[in-house]
Design a protein around this ligand. Structure first.
Ligand code: PLP
Length: 370
């Protein structure tokens, strides 16, 4: 065993190669390689059942369903969103000519703080785009109450929330639509891929048109759609990964438990525990470093780990509001986003995936042992 092999922050869940090969043979034989083929149909069916959602549409990645959801709901003007996320969340607004309005997050969850949303609403506000950051569910009830009060749509970027449930109910059923990413780095992947979850059949149909150029049939284009169809190879790959995703989540939970047990009494390190009633997916393991109490800054720790070939990730640093495109926005100031800045400046995501051995976990924890 190579005691210094690289430990990455994530590692893709890969299907059995022989089984994948068998499915590829089927695809080759059918010569139906994309455009709502049989594996595509089967994956939509199996995913809807697994995720406990009424309707789902597959996409080629997790960014296009965000862009398409905004199109489908005809969102314009201003949208309230979180700066503490992956850039794609805000980019989807930009691609629709919508002005992002950043609202600060709740330190208890890293999610949009509902108590700060109302103050950011203007006559131009049309929607709220929250993120279930690290797969931790947003306060969907509080967000929906605000949305209903002001007549706003809610689109959840649920890229981190695959399989997350609150009291047995999928978190993906909150709001008007939720979007998922099946990128290689996520809990469940189709290499590249994504999906949109919706609550009624009419919307499902409309989204299926929109992700196929707007074609309703051979000769009718009902809207200026985009192309974001998932192909048969990745649908087959996705079917195989769906069979092993529960085992992968269980393996991640073991890693989370080991981290928590070891870090619980480390001065200056904080992390999240499971939330009551929530089925978590253990997609990330963020820790927050109080440099004074821990005796080392986040960046010093990150660097030290990197030199020992243990790769953490500073998710989400810098904040989206700090990138040049968004920095000039009135809501992008440090004063408006104190909590998000504090989290971004102190966060480090530890290696978290299904394939970490006890020895790997120990190599990560070494940096926290006295
Ligand atoms: C991964 C991710 C996306 C984008 O998904 P892709 O499949 O990479 O396009 C969007 N939002 C969040 C929060 C993500 O983590």
């Amino acid at each position: 065993m190579d005691g210094n092999k690289q430990i990455t922050v994530t590692s893709p869940l890969l299907p059995d190669l022989e089984e994948f090969h068998d499915m590829l043979r089927e695809i080759w034989a059918s010569k139906w390689i994309t455009n709502n083929g049989s594996f595509h149909k089967q994956l939509e069916k199996e995913l809807a059942a697994y995720l406990k959602v009424p309707y789902i549409s597959l996409f080629t990645n997790g960014t296009l369903p965000l862009i398409t959801a905004l199109q489908a709901l005809r969102i314009t003007g201003e949208v309230i969103t979180t700066p503490y996320s992956f850039v794609a969340t805000t980019h989807s607004l930009w691609w629709n000519g919508i002005k992002p309005v950043f609202v600060d997050v709740d330190p208890a969850t890293c999610n949009l703080d509902p108590s700060k949303i109302e103050a950011a609403i203007t006559p131009k506000t049309t929607a709220i785009m929250p993120v279930h950051c690290y797969g931790k569910p947003c306060d969907t009830k509080a967000i929906q109450e605000i949305a209903d009060k002001y007549g706003l749509k809610v689109i959840y970027d649920a890229a981190h929330a695959f399989g997350v449930e609150v009291n047995g109910e999928s978190v993906l059923n909150a709001g008007d639509m939720s979007t998922l990413s099946f990128h290689a780095t996520k809990v469940y992947n189709t290499i590249e891929g994504g999906a949109m979850v919706m609550q009624d059949e009419v919307t499902k149909k409309r989204i299926d048109y929109l992700k196929n150029f707007g074609f309703a049939n051979e000769t009718t284009v009902v809207a200026p759609g985009i192309n974001s169809k998932m192909d048969e190879m990745r649908s087959a790959y996705g079917l195989l990964n769906l069979r092993q995703v529960d085992a992968a989540i269980a393996a991640r939970q073991k890693v989370a438990n080991a981290y928590r047990e070891a870090l619980r009494d480390v001065e200056g390190i904080s992390f999240f525990d499971d939330m009551p009633g929530v089925r978590h997916n253990y997609s990330y393991f963020p820790i927050f470093i109080d440099a004074e109490r821990f005796g080392k800054t986040r960046d010093a720790l990150y660097q030290e780990m990197k030199e020992a070939n243990v790769l953490g990730r500073r998710y989400f640093y810098p904040l989206i509001s700090e990138f040049s495109t968004y920095k000039g926005l009135p809501s992008a100031t440090r004063e408006n986003l104190p909590v998000a800045h504090k989290l971004a400046d102190t966060v480090l995501c530890l290696p978290m995936h299904h394939d970490l051995s006890d020895a790997d976990i120990e190599r990560v924890l070494k940096f926290f042992r006295k």
